[in-house]
Every structure is written in structure tokens, then in C-alpha cells.
Design a binder for this molecule. Structure first.
Ligand SMILES: [Zn+2]
Length: 331
């Protein structure tokens, strides 16, 4: 190799190293804006190709976005919005309260109407009585894999919890009605969890998620769970953030979910949880089960746990996008 060629090769290696280190940089520095300004890592590893333009990887991935025969029409978000509004109208739904129980009863009826096998998993909330998870199951022909989409139904007073988290439950209920037509290849559990709000329960764990993760583990999740996705605050503020405590996006977890976003045209970036994970995905990860949260993006939720978290702030398009991404990931 000539000296000139050697120099070119060295430069190329250095460039790859720079891109690789950018990819490995703390994710807090790599939000959607950084990704948009610096598309090279996305093109290299294909994880954030939403921002990689129309050619290249996006074109290569196109077949994935094709509608399958028998697929339901694209989710409009109307059902999710209607359900989220009705849940919000129940008012604050703290863990163990009557309002939380009523909200769960609504979801239970909706899962039943959708033809899912419905289970109620009760658990104690110390000092606040009992809460529960409502689980709707659809068994797939293929029993060696399982996917979970969950959303917490409880709130912290005084907030009526429209975005946190009637939005996520609204999406889960809307998915339920379409799940058979989506024809997932893996078993699916749709879940409205209880007692997520630790600021109310005073517990270190999200209690509903802990009970659910243990149930999943007892049913072979170590072997067959692809992901448990917590939908939490999906009613406004996009692009979404996909959050998890993983050191880097995992092929069948974060990458699969980002691919679903790309295939459905939903803007989403992975951001690593800093410190403790703040939603129901936490307890799965603590048991060694793969999980992530889809939720509010860089703008945050200024009305979290406050009286201003009202239904008029919900954006139907945001709910539709969360639903499309989740449905694609579940199929
Ligand atoms: Zn929440």
C-alpha cells in the first residue's frame, strides 16, 4: 500500500471511530435534535433511520412498511381519544380507590368485547387496600414468543390524569378492538396496570408492574418475552422518546420498536433512562426481562400529576401515532 493510500485508510478508520464514539455517547446528548443534525450514526447502525432521509436504509426497509393483507385500516386515534376522555372523566384514580376500580372495570369490559381472554390479577397496596392488573390475552399460533403492551390506569391526585395516563390506556383499549385483525405472530398480553404512581403509593416499586412481571416470568417470559412496552404519556408532544435502561439498543427490543416507528412514519428516538426507570418497564428489567417505555418526548409533561392534566390537551394524532407504532411492533 502506498503512503498516500495508507493515509487515506487511516483517515477512514479515524472517521469510523468518530462516528462509533458518537453512537456510544450518552444518549442524553443524542436526543432527536442531535440525531437530526448528525444523521451519520443513524445511517450506520440503522436504529434511528427516521432521520436518515428517503434513500439508503429507509428504502431498504420499505417492504416492512407494506400493509399486509387483512390488516385493519390505519389507526385514526378516535377510539383511543374517546376512551382516554372517558377515563379522564372519572377524575383522579389513585391506587386502591373506587375510581381506579371503575376505570379497570371499563377496560375489562372492552377486552371482553374484543374477544380477548381476560384475567384480573389482584394485589395489595400497603395502606391503600387493593389494586389489580387487567390483562387481555390473545394466543397466537406460535407459542414460543410473547409481547406485552401495558399502560398504568392510576393517577396521583389532584390530577385527572389525561396524558398521565388515560392516554396510554386509551391506546391499549383501541388496540384490543383490532388485535384479532392484526393477527400477531406471538402471544400478546394487553394490560391496564394499577398502582404505578410511586409518589402516591410510597413504594419503591411500581406495584402493578411488579406483579405482572412476576406473572410473566412464571409463564416462561425468560425464554419467550420479546418486550414489554409501557405506553405512558402518549397523548401529546412528539416526536416520542423510547426509554429503557439498556446500555445500547437491543435488536429485538429497542431496535424492533424503532423499526416499527420508521415503518409507520412515527418519529421516535431512543433515550437511555438515567438513574431509575420511571414507568412500568422498570420492574421487568429488574427481573431480567426486556422492556421499554414509549412516552413524552423532549418537551416533557408540565402538567404531570397536576390538575391541569386535562382531556382537552390530548391530541388525537399523537394517540394515533402511538397506536400505529405499537400495533406494528405487536404483529
Ligand atoms: Zn405515568
Amino acid at each position: 500500500m502506498s503512503r498516500r493510500r495508507l493515509a487515506v485508510a487511516a483517515l477512514a478508520i479515524a472517521a469510523v471511530a468518530v462516528v462509533a464514539s458518537a453512537t456510544a455517547a450518552p444518549p442524553t446528548e443524542r436526543g432527536p435534535i442531535a440525531a437530526a443534525m448528525w444523521p451519520k450514526p443513524a445511517q450506520l447502525d440503522g436504529t434511528v433511520a427516521t432521520y436518515a432521509g428517503r434513500g439508503g436504509i429507509a428504502a431498504a426497509m420499505r417492504p416492512e412498511s407494506a400493509q399486509r393483507r387483512g390488516d385493519p385500516p390505519r389507526a385514526s386515534g378516535r377510539v383511543a381519544l374517546r376512551e382516554a376522555r372517558r377515563l379522564t372523566a372519572l377524575g383522579p384514580r389513585p391506587a386502591g380507590s373506587r375510581a381506579e376500580r371503575r376505570a379497570h372495570a371499563r377496560v375489562k369490559r372492552a377486552f371482553g368485547r374484543a374477544g380477548l381472554r381476560v384475567a384480573v390479577q389482584p394485589f395489595a397496596v400497603p395502606g391503600h387496600g387493593r389494586s389489580r392488573n387487567v390483562i387481555g390475552t390473545l394466543d397466537a399460533p406460535r407459542r414460543d414468543c410473547l409481547k406485552i403492551a401495558m399502560a398504568h390506569i392510576d393517577t396521583t391526585a389532584p390530577g385527572p390524569g389525561a396524558n398521565d395516563n388515560a392516554s396510554g390506556v386509551g391506546v391499549v383499549v383501541a388496540i384490543a378492538a383490532r388485535l384479532r385483525r392484526i393477527a400477531p405472530r406471538c402471544d400478546v398480553w394487553l394490560v391496564a396496570t394499577g398502582a404505578e404512581e410511586r409518589i402516591f403509593t410510597g413504594q419503591g416499586d411500581h406495584l402493578g408492574a411488579l406483579a405482572l412481571a412476576r406473572r410473566a416470568r412464571a409463564r416462561g417470559a425468560k425464554r419467550r418475552l420479546r418486550f414489554a412496552l409501557s405506553l405512558d404519556e402518549v397523548g401529546r408532544d412528539r416526536p416520542f422518546w423510547l426509554r429503557s435502561p439498556a446500555a445500547a439498543p437491543r435488536p429485538r427490543v429497542e431496535r424492533a420498536l424503532l423499526r416499527a416507528g420508521r415503518a409507520t412514519g412515527v418519529g421516535v428516538s431512543w433515550v437511555r433512562d438515567e438513574g431509575d426507570s420511571m414507568s412500568d418497564h422498570r420492574e421487568f428489567e429488574l427481573l431480567g426481562l426486556p422492556a421499554a417505555k414509549l412516552g413524552v418526548g423532549a418537551g416533557g409533561e408540565p402538567c404531570r400529576h397536576l390538575a391541569c392534566d386535562t382531556a382537552d390537551r390530548l391530541d388525537r394524532r399523537s394517540l394515533a401515532q402511538a397506536q400505529r407504532l405499537a400495533e406494528h411492533a405487536l404483529r
